[in-house]
Design a protein around this ligand. Sequence first.
Ligand code: FUB
Length: 323
Amino acid sequence: MKEARYLVPGDYMADPAVHVFNGRLYIYPSHDWESGIPENDNGDHFNMKDYHVFSMDDVEQGEVTDHGVVLRTEDIPWAGRQLWDSDVAFRDGKYYMYFPLKDRNDIFRIGVAVSDKPEGPFIPQENPIKGSYSIDPCLWKDTDGEYYMYFGGLWGGQLQRYRDNKALECAYLPEGDEPALCPRVVRMRKDMLEFAEEPRDVLILDENGKPLTAGDTERRFFEAAWMHKYNGKYYFTYSTGDTHRICYAIGDNPLGPFIYQGVILTPVVGWTTHHSIVEFRGKWYLFHHDCVPSEGKTWLRSLKVVELEYKDDGTIRTIEGTL
Ligand code: FUB
């Protein structure tokens, strides 16, 4: 598959989390719409209010099935606004959808909704996960059966409002040579409804073993965490936000540290870039989004997929965002 493929030409979908369940690919995207809210650095224009689920059994040409609306803000008891990037995990016969949403005080929390089927519908819990904050949950089942959640996002994602898992009186975004803010990782409780422990920082180190600095905006983490494993190594992938790259860092275990390696996807048309990486029928794919079909409107993004290639040494061939 040399050319990228748009997956849902009839609607605006973004932030794809993709998993193989029961031999089929399931896509869990954010659902963009024209809400009329002016664009700003806080991301208020991303005012999404529901999720759809899509599935397919052939990435390159197969039909994409829309399973319809599976969760809406109006069904979530603690909802304020803005359903951002979600993810889904399967454990012991149930599917758990994790979603960031602002509560009524305009603070992002992460909620859970449960279903018996990968295509939903998902029934939300009464309250957000205790101790959760910020955005972009990504669930990873490790080879030993433990589940981890990675999360976090800067600016509108509110990560700069927290230190040691506590809310700061004043948000603090490090600058220059200060260490960059870290994404977080936390082990999930067996019932998948709460954290099993306090979230920890995910360290991303440079080639000399030093944490990436806040001023290193072309490499440091901004949002959109994703995890996959290739040839026994853990690949932590993420967006650099205001420099618009998808990058990767490799580690020996799910908690890190991870050593920065390079760029997977160069900037796409649009401000945000967000992805997932999945193996299906012997090939690896990068799912992501851009704003080409909406002619650059950053709040109206479209889902894409393109094949991802590893070199023999385990590094990833960079993909041009404009492909
Ligand atoms: O879709 C809203 C936000 O934009 C996501 O949560 C971020 O990762 C960025 O893609």
